[in-house]
Design a protein around this ligand. Structure first.
Ligand code: AMP
Length: 190
């Protein structure tokens, strides 16, 4: 099978992190999490890190041009070219999605697909409340989910319009969800 080039989408509490780890193990793509990359930049304390930190703390997005630069640079590295990628947290806006398409066509890469791990809002709220974290009040959870919804809905539409979206039901056991992901990925790459 050719290298996997995947954008992974899913609400907080959808089991996305767990499934990312399993996908990396099964298919070997480079896991590119823009949240993790930004936290690493923040830890370095550079000027970009300070700017990013202020935005992230306020719950805002880092500007598109900055994010696009960071991701374009990462996608050009030899490990990604060879092993493919699992993009997690990018694109976050339609402008980033357009940029991704351009970056990939510049590198002559095969098409990227998006997989949405779909878990209904009520279910993810239940899961997050069950974790019992102090900052996980129902109101705070709903606020974060609303933010995710408003930034992701146009993206889902964008991938759908381009015929690049697979929706995977995120209910059931980890194994069941993983099997559905495999079917979605291998079904289109076979
Ligand atoms: P995450 O770990 O994916 O929730 O990301 C943590 C924070 O990093 C987000 O709340 C944003 O402030 C920032 N961030 C991560 N990815 C992006 C992106 N693609 N575009 C803009 N900001 C981002």
């Amino acid at each position: 099978m050719a290298a996997v080039r995947l954008v992974i989408l899913g609400r907080q509490g959808s089991g996305k992190s767990t499934q990312c780890a399993r996908l990396v193990e099964a298919y070997g793509p480079v896991h590119i999490s823009t949240g993790d990359m930004l936290r690493a930049v923040v830890a370095e304390g550079t000027e970009l890190g300070l700017r990013a930190s202020a935005l992230m703390d306020a719950g805002n997005l880092v500007p598109d041009d900055v994010m696009i630069g960071i991701v374009a640079e990462r996608l050009a590295k030899p490990d990604v070219v060879e092993h493919g990628f699992l993009l997690d947290g990018f694109p976050r806006t339609p402008v980033q999605a357009e940029a991704l398409e351009e970056i990939l066509s510049d590198t002559g890469a095969d098409g990227v697909r998006a997989v949405n791990i779909d878990v209904p809002v009520d279910e993810v709220i239940e899961r997050m409340l069950a974790r019992g974290r102090v900052d996980d009040t129902e109101e705070a959870i709903r606020r974060r989910l609303d933010l995710y919804e408003s930034s992701t809905a146009p993206l889902l539409a964008w991938f759908e319009e381009h015929g690049l979206l697979s929706v995977v039901v995120g209910l059931g056991t980890e194994d069941e969800v993983f099997d559905r992901l495999r079917t979605a990925i291998e079904g289109v790459s076979a």
